[in-house]
Design a protein around this ligand. Structure first.
Ligand code: SF4
Length: 80
């Protein structure tokens, strides 16, 4: 599974950090989401998935969701 955080859409609600603080954090400057670990251990897969689904601003895109043998979480900070 691959999770991409399109930070341009982030409204700094912090829900993803509450759901999975091992992987997500918020930038000190503006509260926008950041990723602490691009290759989290697989036992965090469900929490990462939950965090992505809980986001009120649909910041996250999940690719290859059926593949549970790999987990990558990356930031895409391009402006849309
Ligand atoms: S839950 Fe979504 S809007 Fe809130 S901080 Fe995380 S990425 Fe940003």
């Amino acid at each position: 599974m691959r999770v991409i955080a399109f930070t341009d859409k982030c409204i700094a609600s912090g829900s993803c950090v509450l759901a999975c603080p091992q992987v997500f954090t918020q930038r000190d400057s503006d509260g926008v989401v950041d990723v602490l670990n691009e290759h989290p251990p697989l036992e965090l897969l469900k929490k990462v998935q939950q965090a992505a689904n809980l986001c009120p601003a649909q910041v996250f895109t999940i690719e290859d969701e059926e593949n549970t043998s790999e987990l990558t979480v990356i930031v895409d900070d391009r402006e849309m």
